[in-house]
Design a protein around this ligand. Structure first.
Ligand SMILES: [Zn+2]
Length: 491
């Protein structure tokens, strides 16, 4: 770390160290070159390490070169060589130190010198703070704070700010004292919003996206009493489990079919930043759900026409005319089986199947169709009935509320959110009561088997088989083909 030299050798410039804020202060080209300005000189917070690890300066104009170097690190200035930057700034600095004059002719006394030092602060949003309010507390003028928040609104809703959010500020000297030159804020793992003054002094917001790298992961879990719990212990994240539930929702009733001892395998993608921070999940490439001793391996395949679907090894799609689990799996009660949730299966008396889930859990249209009824319906409470092809209908009861625009005559597509779980009508707790009707009579949803997905054939089947081979190879190479994750303790 060389910043210690920096302090001793440049003490003529009286660097101030701002404790509790960012590590060091620096003087920028901006202060002297006027409107060449903020877009050039501002370096977002992640260059701070670079600033601290700067090479030993060759001359007394160290601060200017420091700043130029930091900008080079950022790749913002790509065409200015270090030497040129030194030459450009050195005469100005010397003039400033010896005569107290700026090139522009403004008279500056030595006492004002230390006010010429730009600084970088990091502020943290507190509970109940607004961005505008926090900026003003940090010394940004009210008008500037207002304009920053307005500029930010193009890419990010300032009202969605959460306590603990850090914001890096760059304050620079101006005729009116210290002014905000630029600001940066990380809005998710890969994106930073950067707001800086343009040459006219207006605040402009841009998004700075980091590169992400694709990784593939393999995992295997044996289900004890909870699918999510067992998957989590085997390292399968909840959102991947939810995706797998969606893939199998045509085939499997996740609230009744899954039992202790069933197994799940998955090969899925994750994206990470170059620093190795998690960014987001990608696709599930392969999944194998083993229910009641029956294996259902499926593979993701994108046909030449761009149709993405999950297929069994023989090339048949998992898609069916109706889903067996028409509810958001991510929020379905994690405890599977009757022990935790006394959930009714289909029987002649009950005439439907119930899915226990928290209030507000999204409910999906089980298939493509047209809404026949959406409204109160006696003991069913808030109720939607959809007419599908083949004389089939589905009904959804006890909803808390409907999704926007749901009314009779409206067309819906399979998997579209039609409403949210509630406990309206004759109901003892939040759940979805789901019915499948054939010829006007309730039937067991499991009796509806008609497939609607594409069946791969010819060249696409050949390509698909090749893909399966590669996926299997990948799964084995990632150690997914060894033993099942050991769940020593129960959920
Ligand atoms: Zn019911």
């Amino acid at each position: 770390m060389r910043h210690r030299d920096l302090f001793t050798r440049s003490n003529r410039l009286r660097l101030r160290y701002i404790v509790g804020l960012v590590a060091i202060t620096s003087l920028t080209l901006t202060s002297f070159l006027g409107s060449m300005s903020s877009s050039v000189a501002f370096a977002p917070a992640r260059s701070e390490l670079a600033r601290m690890d700067m090479p030993s300066p060759k001359s007394d104009v160290i601060l200017a070169s420091v700043s130029a170097e930091a900008d080079l690190e950022e790749g913002i200035i790509q065409d200015i060589e270090q030497d040129d930057a030194d030459k450009a700034v050195a005469p100005l600095l010397y003039a400033l130190e010896s005569e107290g004059n700026l090139a522009g002719g403004d008279v500056m006394g030595p006492a004002q010198l230390k006010d010429m030092v730009a600084r970088e602060d990091v502020i943290e949003i507190g509970a109940g703070d607004t961005i505008g309010g926090a900026l003003q507390v940090a010394g940004v003028g009210g008008a500037a704070a207002y304009r920053v928040v307005k500029a930010m609104g193009k890419h990010y809703d300032p009202r969605s700010i959460k306590p603990g959010q850090a914001i890096s500020l760059r304050m620079e000297p101006s005729a009116n004292g210290m002014e905000l030159a630029a600001l940066s804020m990380k809005i998710n793992a890969t994106t930073e919003i950067v707001i800086a003054r343009d040459t006219q002094g207006r605040f402009v917001a841009v998004l700075d996206k980091k590169q992400v790298i694709l990784h593939t992961k393999a995992a295997k879990a044996k289900i004890e009493t909870s699918l999510y719990g067992s998957a989590a212990r085997a390292g399968i994240p909840a959102s991947i489990v939810a995706e797998i539930i969606k893939i199998y929702s045509y085939d499997v009733d996740f609230q009744r079919d899954i039992r202790r001892g069933d197994q799940i395998e998955a090969l899925y993608e994750t994206y990470e930043t170059e620093e190795g921070d998690f960014a987001r999940y990608g696709h599930v490439l392969y999944a194998n759900l083993m229910v009641g001793g029956k294996k259902i391996p499926v593979y993701r395949y994108e046909s030449k026409g761009g149709v993405v679907d999950y297929y069994r090894e023989n090339g048949t799609s998992l898609k069916r005319i109706l889903m067996q689990t028409p509810i958001d799996g991510a929020r379905m009660s994690s405890g599977f089986g009757m022990r935790h949730h006394p959930v009714l299966g289909y029987n002649k008396m009950h005439k439907g199947v119930d899915f226990a889930a928290p209030r507000g859990t999204p409910i999906y249209a089980a298939g493509n169709g047209t809404i026949e009824k959406a409204g109160r319906h006696g003991g069913y409470g808030n109720y939607i009935r959809i007419r599908h092809s083949n004389g089939l209908k589905t009904a959804y009861a006890h909803m808390r509320k409907f999704a926007k625009g749901m009314s009779s005559g409206k067309r819906v597509t399979q998997g579209q959110i039609i409403g949210y779980v509630g406990t309206t009508g004759r109901s003892t707790g939040p759940h979805l009561h789901f019915e499948v009707l054939k010829g006007g009579k309730q039937v067991n949803p499991k009796s509806i088997k008609s497939s609607v997905g594409e069946k791969l054939a010819g060249k696409s089947l050949k390509n698909f088989k090749q893909e399966i081979f590669l996926i299997k190879q990948k799964y084995a190479s990632l150690g997914g083909d060894t033993k099942f994750a050991n769940n020593a303790h129960s959920d």
